[in-house]
Design a protein around this ligand. Sequence first.
Ligand code: C2E
Ligand code: CA
Ligand code: CA
Length: 632
Amino acid sequence: MWSYSFEIPTLFIMLIILVFFFSRPRLAIYRNTLFVYMIFTETFCIIFDLTASLACNHYKVVPIWLTVVLNLLYFLFFFTRSIIMYFFTVAVLNANGPLNVFFKYIISIPYCAAVVLAITSPFTRLLFYVDENGYHAGKFYNAVYVVGFFYALLSFMYLLVYWKRINKRRGLYSMLLYNMIIITALIVRLAFPTYLLYDTFILMGIIFVFFAFLNPEYYLELRSQVFNSRALRQYMDENIGKLDCICLGIVVHRYHVVRDIYGANQTDAGLNMIGKYLKQLFPKDIIFYYRKGRYIVLLPSETDVEEYYNIIMERFLKPWKSDEAELYLTAGAVTMDLKNNKNSADVILSTLVQAMAVSGEDENKQLITVTDGDMNKVINDTEIRRSLEAAIDADEVLLYLQPLVDVNGKVVGAEALARIKDSAGNIIPPGVFIPLAEKSGRINEMGEQIFEKTCKFIELVDMKKSGIEWVNVNLSPIQFIRTDLANRYADIAKKYGIDPKRVHLEITEESMIDDSFLQRQIQAMEEKGFKFVLDDYGTGYSNLARLKKCPFINVKLDKSLVWDYDKDPGEIIPSMVYTFKNIGFSITAEGVETEQMVEKMRSIGCDYLQGYYFSKPIPAEEFVKKYMSGER
Ligand code: C2E
Ligand code: CA
Ligand code: CA
């Protein structure tokens, strides 16, 4: 007698999952499709397990043919479920690569054999048979376990090999539990064959993966019910190269300002309205919300994007109005042709996001079309980022030095400037890699490396004898806001036994966001002995009153000011220099390229000069040879 009391609640829970799953928009990705197959086969397994057992238990009244059919259907769904559960693991692990079509066929052989065994069983009696005494297991009944264990163990093996591909811990644990539950379920079925517990176990496994990967809400922007950035990523990863569509990005201008003005609640309500509007406008297309007021719609290739663009812009002329909000917004748009695009999902998304960032900040740029050039720039940036990571990891960020010269033409200092090499050994200038280092957060390590190499340089060379008094080191704003900066830099200086006052730290006005923090930080650093220089003066917005409060020892006039003055001398720069000197700052002129500039800057009172006229930045060793002859 079969005890099927577990099957009924199992069936109910299954139905709840089905209703929930199908009541939400689903993303058309492979694992979602597999999941649909999985929950349907599971549902049918439960139904036929239940009805077949009922029939078996009441074999005296149920016609034999009906019992046979119900059992046969049960076995077919049982085998199908086993292989689908295995394919689901493969899909989650993105392990399709090694799983080429040929391999897929080989893997399917046990399944096909089992199906043939089941279908022929009414005649061969090999898997099961039913006679007037009821249901009986056939000679090859154990095929059920062979197939079950084969796919369960194979799936588990894949997980052990490729587990690193699941980047969320929750996902990994769920997959692990899912696989272990399937194996346990088989063991329980072997031990207690008359208790129909197997389906309940499988349902537990399904619930685990449902919460970890399939919950439709995982891919949804909750309020507007468009897909989220995670969904976009997944969708692109899976479909790249196969997409025959145009991507239309709609970008709310100056998202941060909008959020500041309208507040979080109103902004969210507005974004929600835009999402819903787009869903109405594009009822058949996939729409994603990509954070910060950016939407992405995937449209069929032949769509007239311009026409839709105009419709959307027209809509933006009106306010976004609901009970809770009223917003007046402007927007721009970006298009990108994904047809025959062979780039990786990473490249495509980065390019798209960059173009949308440009669109979001520039009200004048209306419809931006992403070109191959944009994509190549992203690829190039990726290459540079790789070189940067490699250089930082291998302690191979190079120290270049450029002399700082006093009014008598004597080299009295140097500025430390970073360089890295690409894989071909070519020098990459800092203008290219510093912004990338700042974006990736590795500017801290990079800056420290240059600082440490500068300390090493100061330790090695006899500064006094050569007349070089200090070396300027740049501090990016991201480094400057670190509260542990003073201790870290003091420790490094100590390690090389150098006097911190030999290092002048250059910061730009970008670092001067918060006055009180600025003062505290500079004070902490000065207590350790470091001095500060204001770099690139003339490129920011500082006013004199603020500068006065900061204890800089030197202000560097940006090269743009120096060049302007060279071309068109006027009163402004000389009086600026005069004022600074009155406050007590010495002045350095940057970008001095000609003798005429040397003369002009000297005559208005600059104390130090830096520029190609004297020397370009050169490797530290070369600097030693050139300016510190007689050194070790
Ligand atoms: P910066 O601090 O303003 O450095 C001066 C830049 O002007 C250097 O560019 C230098 O080569 C260039 N320069 C000097 N004299 C002349 C001249 O006469 N004519 C012209 N046209 N240019 C001149 P470089 O080395 O390419 O560095 C660019 C920027 O990268 C630096 O500007 C600085 O902001 C940043 N940087 C360089 N090294 C570091 C570093 O170690 N840390 C940080 N945070 N930033 C760095
Ligand atoms: Ca500098
Ligand atoms: Ca500068």
